[in-house]
Ligand binder design. Structure first.
Ligand SMILES: [Fe+2]
Length: 346
């Protein structure tokens, strides 16, 4: 077995490959690590055949959808998963064949209804059902402490104590454990009475994960995160620095159209001298009147440099191929002490 473990903050993902056939599965991939996974697979001579999420993640952005589109391979999840893009669903006891390896699913609801653990040879990928020195929480959507008790004490803790445990999270940099070690030392597993365990899980009072709403939205639907949209836009437009723009404004370079895409009140409160107003919300519909020459050099600016990046991308898609975005925004422009003009342009 070829095995790679990739940590992203506290999230763990795994590349598991068959040494004979070089087929591989990627378990719980995270969106910002796509290049990392592809590079590891290339280095190890592996072809990723399956993308598996152990459950619907509420605390990180799954890369399964994006990788599935790029690699044209299936996304594997439990049948209870709400994700419409999961095109291969495996239930309890069923397996995914990765070359000569067999990844067997154990349905272990509790952290979420669609949680599963995956067993292959001497290892168990426990998702958020069993963590090193902890368990997944049960207070997020579809969580259920009673179900978690059964999944732990009546399922996975009855497996071979020597089985290695690889969880979907570890916040202390640990890589793995075993069923036996967890049974002996995991504080939550010392509470073996069902009612006491459920009571403990109901009273953890954990804070909500950051990006909860956005992670659930994107992971349940396959939609994009805000960072993904901005990252894609930034990858497709060139930028101009604040100081370069300042030099051109000082030189009264009229070959450059500075397009302020904020709302009118923000523009009139203070804009770059010579900038024209075209709010982002009206951009597509007013572009024909406002910008008749598609060959003009256009620079988009906004308050923080994000909306202007999206606007530049839109303009480039519409054929304004000489559009650049300001690297930064009006906030940084003002903080640099650069000139601003109030009210309307003459
Ligand atoms: Fe989770």
């Amino acid at each position: 077995m070829i095995f790679e473990q990739v940590a992203t903050g506290g999230c763990q993902s795994y590349l598991v490959g068959c040494g004979d056939t070089r087929s591989a599965a990627l378990i719980d991939p995270e969106l910002t690590q796509i290049d990392h996974y592809m590079a590891l697979a290339a280095r190890d001579g592996l072809r990723i055949r399956y993308l598996i999420d152990t459950h619907t993640h509420a605390d990180h952005f799954s890369a399964t959808r994006k990788l599935a589109q790029r690699l044209a391979v299936p996304v594997v999840m439990h049948p209870a998963s709400p994700a419409p893009y999961a095109d291969m669903r495996i239930g309890d006891g069923e397996m995914v064949a990765v070359g000569r390896l067999r990844l067997q699913a154990l349905h272990t609801p509790g952290h979420t209804r669609d949680s599963m653990c995956l067993q292959v040879e001497d290892r168990l990928f426990t998702g958020d059902t069993l963590l090193i020195g902890g368990t997944g929480r049960t207070d997020l959507p579809s969580g259920d402490p009673e179900a978690l008790y059964d999944s732990l004490f009546n399922r996975i803790l009855k497996l071979d104590p020597g089985l290695k445990v690889f969880p979907a999270h570890d916040y202390k940099g640990r890589q793995s454990s075993t069923i036996g070690e967890e049974l002996a030392t995991n504080p939550r597993l010392q509470v073996r009475d069902r009612a006491a365990f459920v009571e403990m899980m109901r009273n953890l009072n954990l804070s909500m994960p950051t990006h909860l709403t956005e992670a659930l939205r994107t992971n349940m639907t396959g939609g994009k995160s805000v960072a993904q949209l901005l990252g894609e836009a930034a990858a497709s437009v060139p930028f101009m620095s604040l100081s370069e723009l300042k030099a051109r404004v000082d030189a009264a370079d009229d070959r450059l159209v500075v397009l302020d895409v904020r709302e009118r009140d923000a523009y009139e409160g203070g804009h770059i001298p010579g900038a024209r107003l075209l709010p982002r919300g009206q951009l597509e519909l007013r572009v024909n009147q406002e910008l008749p020459d598609p060959t003009r050099r256009i620079l988009t600016c906004c308050e923080l440099g994000q909306v202007s990046t999206l606007a530049a991308r839109t303009l480039r898609e519409m054929g304004f191929l000489n559009t650049v975005a300001l690297d930064g925004g009006m906030k940084a422009w003002r903080e640099a002490g650069y000139p601003v003009r109030q009210g309307k342009e003459a």
